[in-house]
Write a protein that binds this ligand. Structure first.
Ligand code: DAT
Ligand code: MG
Length: 138
């Protein structure tokens, strides 16, 4: 059984899509193993996105991710890491296939702004372990 980490980003919370996304997680047969609402702190976000901190668009990501409450959690199931990434779809919502979470609910970004793509998912088992330890201190 694999476990992966997710964030329902501020756009999902503001647009009332939390229930919809959690429903998709449960319907797929994943178990919700942790679930918490929080306001992201900059130091945590910088650890989480350590590979993006030096990118020119990082300030816009930080503004967006700290613009309101988020839901953080973990889900478990067979092949959970890749299955959750597949459910999310492409990073850029404009390129995400219909049927994926980003393809169904997210919109294109304004130039110079962060992509607002509803949810995060760890991109590998190693990232999942790392992110669970960052966000839940385990
Ligand atoms: P993913 O979230 O699909 O793993 P990522 O790790 O490359 O994608 O980037 C993290 C987040 O940063 C992404 O969900 C949205 C934002 N982002 C990535 N690339 C961007 C870009 N070129 N311009 C604006 N925001 C971007
Ligand atoms: Mg990523």
């Amino acid at each position: 059984m694999e476990e992966t980490f997710f964030i329902l980003k501020p756009d999902a919370v503001k647009r009332g899509l939390v229930g919809e996304v959690l429903h998709r997680i449960e319907r797929r047969g994943f178990q919700l193993t942790r679930l918490e609402q929080c306001q992201i702190e900059r130091t945590t976000l910088e650890k989480h996105y350590s590979d993006l901190v030096d990118k020119p668009f990082f300030p816009s990501i930080a503004d967006f991710m700290m613009s309101g409450p988020v839901i953080i959690g973990t889900l478990a199931g067979v092949g959970a890491v890749q299955a959750w990434r597949d459910m999310l779809g492409a990073t850029d919502p404009a390129k995400a296939q219909a049927g994926t979470i980003r393809g169904d609910f997210a919109l294109g970004a304004e130039p110079g702004q962060s992509l607002k793509n509803i949810a995060h998912g760890s991109d590998s088992l190693e990232s999942a372990r790392r992110e669970i330890s960052i966000w839940f201190g385990e």
